[in-house]
Design a protein around this ligand. Sequence first.
Ligand SMILES: Cc1ncc(COP(=O)(O)O)c(C=O)c1O
Length: 388
Amino acid sequence: MYDFDTINDRSGSFSVKYDKRRELFGTEDLLPMWVADMDFKSPPEVVEAARKLCDIGVFGYSYRPESSIELFVKWVKKRHSWDIKPEWITSSPGIVATLPLAVRVFTEKGDKVLIQTPVYPPFHAAVKDTGRSLVFNTLINNNGYYTIDFEDFENKLKSGVKLFILCSPHNPIGRVWSRDELTQMGDLCVKYGVTIISDEIHSDLALYGNIHIPTASVSESISAHTLTAMAPSKTFNIAGMMNSVILTSSPKLLAAFNKELHTMRIESGNLFGHITMEAAYRYGENWLNELIPYLEGNIDYLYDIFCSELPYIKFRKPEASFLLWMDFRATGYTHQEVWERLVKVSKLGLNDGEAFGKEGNGFMRLNIAVPRSVLSEAAERFRIGFKK
Ligand SMILES: Cc1ncc(COP(=O)(O)O)c(C=O)c1O
C-alpha cells in the first residue's frame, strides 16, 4: 500500500505550483490546483535513487545509460503493447522543449502547423514562437465529450499543413483516442505527407479501463510519419527532472531531430533525470497501479459532489490523467467573473481555460492529483464560491 493521503509540504522546493502563486494569481492565500504535477511523493525507489546520489554528493556530467532505454522498451511493450527498438529512441530535456525544437526541424518559417483546440498552451506557443502559422482543427464538444471533425481535419491538411501536433491522450479534454480515430487521423497525414508529433506524455495515466494506443503503433505507414514523445515525468511525478523520451521508427525523422539536439548540445540530459527515470521504469509499476485507482477515486468523489450540489459546473470524467476540464458556462458568470470568484472567493488556483484556445472561454482546468483531504477542502471552497 502506497501513501497518497499524506499532505507533503512542498514549500521552499521552488515548485511552480506553490511558489509562483503570487505571480500568477496575485496572492499566496489560495489552494493551488493548476500546473500538471502531483502533490504525491514519487515512488519510494525513485526517491531512494535520488537520495543515494545525494549521498555520493558529486553531481558531475552524466549520460542516459543503455539500461534505462532497455527498461523503457520493456515498459512500452508491457503497458502499451507496442514493440519498439532501442535504436528508435533519443532524448530531450522535456516535451515542452521538444515541441518548438521539432517544429523547427520539420518545418520552415511560415509553414502551417495543425493543432486540435482546446489544447495544452505550449502547443500554440511552439508554433507561434518559431514563426510558423497555426492552423486549428477545433474539437467538437458533445456535452463534454469531445470528438474530431474529420472533414475539417482533412480540409486543413489539404490546405498545405506540414506538421500536425497531436495530443494523445488529450490535455485538457481528457480523451484517450480510439484506434479508429487514430487510424483516420494517421492515414490522412500519410495521404497528405504531413509529419505527426504525437505527444503521449499522459499515456501511462489512462483511467477507468481506457486503453492508450500509441499513434505510431497503429500501422507501419503512420509510424514512418510519426515522432512520439513520451516521458516518466507525469507518470511518476518527476517533471522537475526535465527528461523525456523521443522515438520514431523513421531513420530520417530521427536523424533530423538528433542533428538539432546535437547542434544545441542538449542530448546528454541531466543526472537526476537519468537516475530517476531508471528507478521509475525499473521499480515504479506497482506504485502506478495504485496511483490510478486513487486518481479515479478523487475524480468520482468530486464528480458526485458537483452533480448533486453544483450541477451548473459541469465536467466529464477524463479518460486519462488528473486534469478536469470544467465548464462554468451555466453558472451565469462571465469568464472573468468565474476567474475572480475562484481566486478571491473560493481561493482556488485553476488554469485559465482561455489559455488553451478561444474554445476555453467559460472553462477552467482543475488538477485533482492531491490527497483526498485536500480535495475535500477544495470542494468546500467551490461551495463557498459557487453554491446558489
Ligand atoms: C500534453 C503535455 N505535453 C507536455 C507536458 C509537459 O512536458 P515536459 O514536462 O516534459 O516539458 C505536459 C504537462 O502538463 C502536457 O500536458
